[in-house]
Design a protein around this ligand. Structure first.
Ligand SMILES: [Zn+2]
Length: 256
């Protein structure tokens, strides 16, 4: 599932293609958006919040999309074969005379008034990549929400979008590895949760800048730990059907 860093990069690509211009084609292949016409108003821009994308228009509307597990947005030159978007996997096409943005296998799609965006994202915790996260009110609020999770395993709290938004399995694994924390440590036993959240933020910021996510433990089952050589292990956070794999080093991240 794409995490906050991928969403930031996706928002930047959508902005480069669409911001400041009106759409000439707006094809929403989504039952609840049938009949919605986004042609005409200027596209103000797309912002990412956690794993959500908000594409705002100057007539007071917002297109909300979410990539869920397999979704993506790609950009193609309008009129090119790539922009034809005939596949049954395409859920949205937003195009001006130069560029087309094609949303494939999107997991959510809504059109709402911009002032009502909170009905879609208001339940989320502060965005880990938000400008006000650190230093600022974002981290304080995330820590307040963290403190309400008691002894929930730390890996689950990092994945919980209502604590801090944007962290998925990659940055859960990588930030816990960086801090040498066992993923099933009770959240209220983590000595410096603020530091852990800041590590996740810095790792994500680096990926936004470089285009390369970190890969020290995530997805490296049975490969040697880059620190101690122990084969990387994987375990599950959360219960079925919501369980997610968390990669870790059984030596560097000893259970308490
Ligand atoms: Zn290790």
């Amino acid at each position: 599932m794409p995490e906050g860093d991928v969403l930031r990069r996706t928002a930047s690509r959508l902005d480069a293609a669409l911001a400041g211009r009106a759409l000439q084609r707006a094809d929403l292949r989504w039952p609840s958006a049938a009949g919605v016409d986004l042609r005409g108003p200027l596209v103000l821009g797309t912002v990412a919040y956690g794993k959500h994308l908000l594409t705002r228009f100057d007539d007071g509307r917002t297109l909300h999309t979410h990539l869920r597990m397999d979704g993506s947005w790609r950009i193609a030159r309008t009129g090119s074969p790539d922009a034809s978007a005939r596949s049954s996997r395409v859920r949205a096409v937003l195009a001006n005379e130069t560029w087309s943005a094609i949303g494939t296998l999107l997991g959510m799609l809504d059109v709402v008034r911009t002032r009502d965006e909170r009905t879609l994202i208001g339940h989320l915790g502060p965005d880990v990549l938000g400008d006000d996260f650190a230093p600022g009110a974002g981290l304080d609020e995330a820590l307040r929400r963290w403190s309400l999770r008691g002894s929930t395993p730390v890996g689950e709290v990092l994945l919980d979008q209502t604590v801090a938004a944007g962290i998925g399995t990659i940055y859960t694994a990588e930030s816990l590895f960086a801090q040498r924390i066992w993923p099933w440590t009770p959240a209220d036993a983590v000595v410096e949760p603020g530091r852990l959240l800041l590590v996740a933020r810095v790792l994500m910021q680096r990926s936004v800048a470089s285009g390369r996510p970190p890969g020290r433990v995530h997805g490296r089952l049975r490969e040697p730990c880059p620190r101690c050589g122990t084969p990387i292990a994987v375990g599950m956070a959360r219960r079925p059907p919501m369980e997610r794999p968390i990669f870790y080093c059984p030596t560097c991240q000893l259970s308490p």
